[in-house]
Design a protein around this ligand. Structure first.
Ligand code: SF4
Length: 414
């Protein structure tokens, strides 16, 4: 959207500046996100009471009635309208009347392609390949806000990645709402693996990282083709959510923990030093002590490099919000602490094993004291600046890990 405004001659300023138009791209993934979005919208009007305030995105898509009650908002636009944001804003300026324009995202059948956008990143660019989700997990509002699976044409993805490569960006992250579903809506038999094979051929792109993956895509056939692609990073982030079958069933997740463990084994058999990370929700409605214990034991056994722990947050409009046996905040807190401890222990244990080893690091940042970067398996490495004469930003170098400070690995360039 920024790019579209720039192309039309507008100047972008940071949110805290006085602007004539404020575009708030709202999030609705939890009740808290709704609240934050409302706060931002009101704050924009306080910053400049004469400004045009525009609410766009997921909260606008599913909560337009609530937003219509907020007098500070002038224009409410859904997700489909983002692509023509400049047109809607200019129409509003001409007509000057409060307006809501939201089309039914469920009826949208094509990916809204913004084309090749200008990337301000230096080393790692995020590439969106699909939108929407057909999974309807019982806690999640996203399918209602984003609609059905729509995939971006391969040609358009390839063009964007080529333009990124030309700029010297070395790493891309493949992202979407549910990338495992990529291609499901195409007539031809094209899937995630096909587009990855195309992207792997692009010169000057050195690393391809996959965004969150649903485990069901990790089959022998998929991994067999994936491992032939030399640029794919040996780091996989899996959206697990729970490691107990009963909880998974209530979440409407489509796999069992046994199937999940098979995926983990497949990745470990095929990738050296693979780092596996996962999302886990604690305190899902009806999660008994027994169920949590099963989750804990399975997580311990799987031994992820790191886990992102989310305390279940009731999202109105979802099935889970209506389920009996909602869990109290104290239990969320307690269970989250237990899993965080496990995650930190795992990370420390694995990081320690790198001391004395050599790793390839893509350096992303100079924080004044260190050059910081990541290995292919997404382990952060820091090199003290005083030890290197050259600028390491956006350079891939072999580093020797010599130490660990807190959780960070410290290396040297030999
Ligand atoms: S797969 Fe992900 S986006 Fe889709 S409904 Fe489930 S949690 Fe939401």
């Amino acid at each position: 959207m920024e790019q579209k405004f720039i192309n039309s001659g507008y100047k972008i300023v940071s949110f805290d500046n006085i602007a004539d138009i404020y575009i708030i791209n709202t999030c609705t993934v939890t009740n808290m996100s709704d609240r934050k979005s409302r706060q931002m919208l009101r704050r924009a009007k306080q910053l400049n009471p004469t400004a045009l305030i525009v609410a766009v995105g997921c909260y606008a898509q599913v909560g337009k009635k609530e937003l219509e009650q907020i007098p500070e908002i002038d224009l409410i636009l859904g997700n489909n309208e983002k692509i023509d944001i400049v047109k809607y804003v200019e129409e509003y300026i001409q007509n000057n009347s409060r307006k809501t324009d939201i089309t039914d995202v469920m009826k949208q059948i094509n990916f809204l392609d913004f084309g090749t956008v200008t990337h301000s990143e230096k080393t790692r660019a995020v590439i969106k390949i699909q939108d929407g989700c057909d999974r309807f997990c019982s806690y999640c509002i996203i399918p209602y806000a984003r609609g059905r699976v729509r995939s971006r044409e391969p040609q358009s993805i390839v063009e964007e990645v080529k333009s990124i490569a030309k700029k010297g960006i070395k790493e891309i992250v493949i992202t979407g709402i549910h990338i495992a579903s990529y291609g499901k809506d195409f007539k031809d038999d094209i899937g995630l693996i096909d587009i990855l094979e195309e992207l792997n051929k692009i010169d000057r792109i050195e690393r391809i990282r996959l965004g969150s993956l649903e485990p069901s895509i990790i089959t022998e056939q998929f991994v067999g083709r994936l491992k032939k692609l030399d640029k794919i990073c040996n780091h996989f982030h899996l959206s697990l959510q729970s490691a107990c079958n009963e909880t998974l069933k209530r979440m409407n997740r489509k796999y069992t923990i046994e199937e999940f463990k098979n995926c983990v084994n497949l990745l470990r058999e095929n990738y050296e030093e693979v780092a596996l990370t996962a999302d886990v929700i604690v305190g899902f409605p009806g999660e008994t002590e027994e169920e949590f214990k099963i989750t804990y034991e399975n997580l311990k056994q799987i031994d992820f490099y790191k886990m992102h722990i989310f305390k279940y947050s009731k999202r109105k409009g979802t099935k889970a919000a209506e389920m009996p046996n909602q869990i109290s905040g104290e239990i969320h807190e307690e269970r989250s602490k237990i899993l965080l401890k496990l995650s930190n222990e795992n990370q420390t244990e694995i990081n320690k094993k790198y001391i004395g080893k050599y790793v390839n690091v893509l350096f992303e940042e100079d924080d004044g004291k260190y050059f910081k970067g990541h290995t292919t398996n997404y382990i952060m490495v820091k090199i003290p600046k005083e030890e290197v004469k050259e600028n390491l930003e956006n350079v891939i170098k072999k580093a020797k890990i010599v130490n660990m400070e807190n959780e960070d690995l410290i290396g040297t360039i030999e």
